[in-house]
Design a protein around this ligand. Structure first.
Ligand code: BG6
Length: 515
């Protein structure tokens, strides 16, 4: 392959799906994936890299190096990458693009606590630079078990891979970033002993989702919402991340995490912070993250005695999924019999600042629920007076703005409308925007956008150290309370909407949005 036959030029010329990603030039990059033979790399990262290549969005000069414990040759690794792309890419791979990408892939075997392995990695990086006659920007992507984050960062520092005079070095750290506030602080300190904050990209893939980025556009590019976006007009907010799937083969990780750490501390608090933030002076990394961090810091942590009335946990028992019998959590392979891990969490949180004081934020996340649905529902206050004649107002409901993250990406606003006919009956109807209909294109996967941003050096859609710590501070009291005796853990049948106990968190007259 000549250097002119580059990945950036390899995408099919008339690609109708290429509209989603910009093609700004990106500096030469070598992406190093630690944990390259793991599940996340196989299902998400490698297919995302392929799709960037397909779009022509990768840098013209690009290498991907996999590193993990398994002994693999370059050839074997390339075959593994090819299979991952074929099985998990959102579009069928173009053989030419895939071949060019695989030519750029190589592998370094080694345990993450083996200094020799990092020596070999340093040599491989230097060899790539020498072949191309250019200094590639290294992006180190830590897609490993969290226990390896610190050793890898230290080893990168010890081998002088943390900084280069002629290139930008960045490190991407997967979630979970810590398992409570104390460990997150310790991890931040360890990472920042080696790297500067501007080099660190703490990934939360929800921030790469189109609909999540669109929350900022919706709020800050439309005049209609801002005057209503406060405690005077908003009654309450519900943020839901419901999954119909169970824990699959991830018992090892999941049982040590649970729904609160896995989804609420990261994804849901990120959604909440974007929903609630003040308008930033610009939509760039510093101002956006400053405003998000301020929201998280406004969430006064619960007192231990408040936890039982404000947070509910549960786990799925046997039930159904897609019409077939599904095992309960305790029967899933790899889950200890005496596990006390929750697969469902619901909580009422408050943002105590001028804009939001008194508005309840109800968060809910769980596995093996009725269906997959991630959405934010903003319910406005009822109108102050119903001037309708008796009975005619029975269909009046407060307006709701629904930001639907998945599976049907879009925005809908409910409006009460007259039902046609001689009678004056009314009911809510929806005004809807659906991505699929308006743009006729498939949204890029979150990881595509985020991997591209690491290569462009734009950390806007990544969590800063203070945000991560502030989010842990919110969930810490709940973790501590549940970590103690915490009482019995309610069960909900797999395939249902979760435990009834979650209803008790809501203000009178409010119900959870049906799943
Ligand atoms: C991950 C969690 O961060 O997000 C998983 O670890 C969860 O448990 C997943 O299934 C959900 O992501 P998405 O993009 O499918 O909503």
């Amino acid at each position: 392959m000549t250097m002119t036959d580059t990945l950036a030029e390899s995408s099919p010329a008339e690609n109708p799906l290429a509209a989603g990603l910009e093609r700004t030039p990106v500096a030469p990059t070598t992406l190093v994936i630690f944990g390259a033979s793991g599940d996340l790399a196989r299902r998400k990262l490698l297919p995302a890299v392929y799709n960037l290549a397909h779009e022509g969005a990768l840098p013209e000069r690009f290498n991907v190096i996999g590193m993990s414990r398994r002994e693999l040759s370059d050839e074997e690794f390339r075959a593994q990458v090819g299979r991952a792309v074929e099985e998990h890419s959102r579009r069928p791979p173009d053989p030419h693009v895939l071949r060019l990408l695989l030519e750029r892939a190589s592998y370094v075997p080694g345990a993450f606590d083996d200094p020799d392995a990092f020596g070999r990695l340093a040599e491989t990086l230097a060899a790539r630079d020498e072949e191309a006659g250019t200094a590639f920007n290294p992006v180190f992507y830590l897609s490993t078990a969290p226990s390896f984050f610190e050793p890898i960062v230290e080893a990168l520092g010890a081998h002088g891979l943390d900084r280069r005079p002629d290139a930008d070095v960045r490190v991407v750290i997967e979630k979970p970033f810590g398992r409570d506030l104390a460990s997150a602080r310790a991890l931040n300190a360890a990472v920042l002993r080696v790297f500067e904050e501007r080099q660190v990209y703490r990934i939360d893939h929800y921030l790469g989702k189109e609909t999540v980025q669109n929350m900022m556009v919706l709020r800050f590019a439309n005049g209609i919402f801002e005057p209503l976006w406060n405690r005077q007009f908003i009654d309450h907010v519900q943020i839901t991340a419901a999954e119909d799937i169970g824990i699959g083969t991830r018992a090892g990780y999941y049982d040590s995490a649970g729904a609160l750490r896995d989804i609420v501390q990261s994804h849901l608090l990120q959604l909440l912070s974007i929903l609630c933030m003040e308008p930033p002076v610009s939509l760039t990394a510093g101002p956006v993250r400053d405003e998000k961090a301020k929201v998280l810091r406004s969430m006064v942590p619960m007192l231990p005695e408040e936890v039982p009335g404000r947070a509910v946990r549960a786990r799925y028992g046997p039930g159904f999924s897609e019409g077939l019998p599904a095992a309960g959590y305790l029967e899933e392979e790899g889950v200890p019999e005496d596990s006390r891990t929750e697969t469902f969490v619901a909580a009422r949180l408050d943002v105590q600042n001028w804009r939001w004081s008194g508005v309840p934020f109800y968060l809910r996340a769980g596995k093996r629920l009725t269906r997959q649905a991630t959405e934010i529902a903003v319910t406005l206050k009822p109108v102050p007076h119903l001037a309708f004649q008796e009975g005619d107002a029975s269909g009046v409901r407060p307006n709701q703005l629904i930001l639907s993250v998945q599976p049907n990406e879009g925005v809908s606003l409910s409006l009460v409308t007259k039902i046609p006919g001689a009678k004056s009956r009314v009911r809510p109807v929806n005004m809807e925007f659906l991505y699929g209909t308006s743009f006729l294109s498939q949204s890029p996967e979150a990881y595509e956008r985020l991997i591209l941003d690491t290569m462009r050096g734009d950390p806007t859609l990544f969590a800063r150290n203070d945000e991560v710590e502030a989010a842990w501070a919110v969930v810490d009291p709940i973790l501590s309370s549940w970590g103690g005796d915490g009482g019995p853990i309610p069960t909900y049948p797999a395939g249902t909407a979760g435990p009834r106990e979650a209803d008790a968190l809501l203000e009178p007259g409010v119900g959870w949005r049906p799943l």
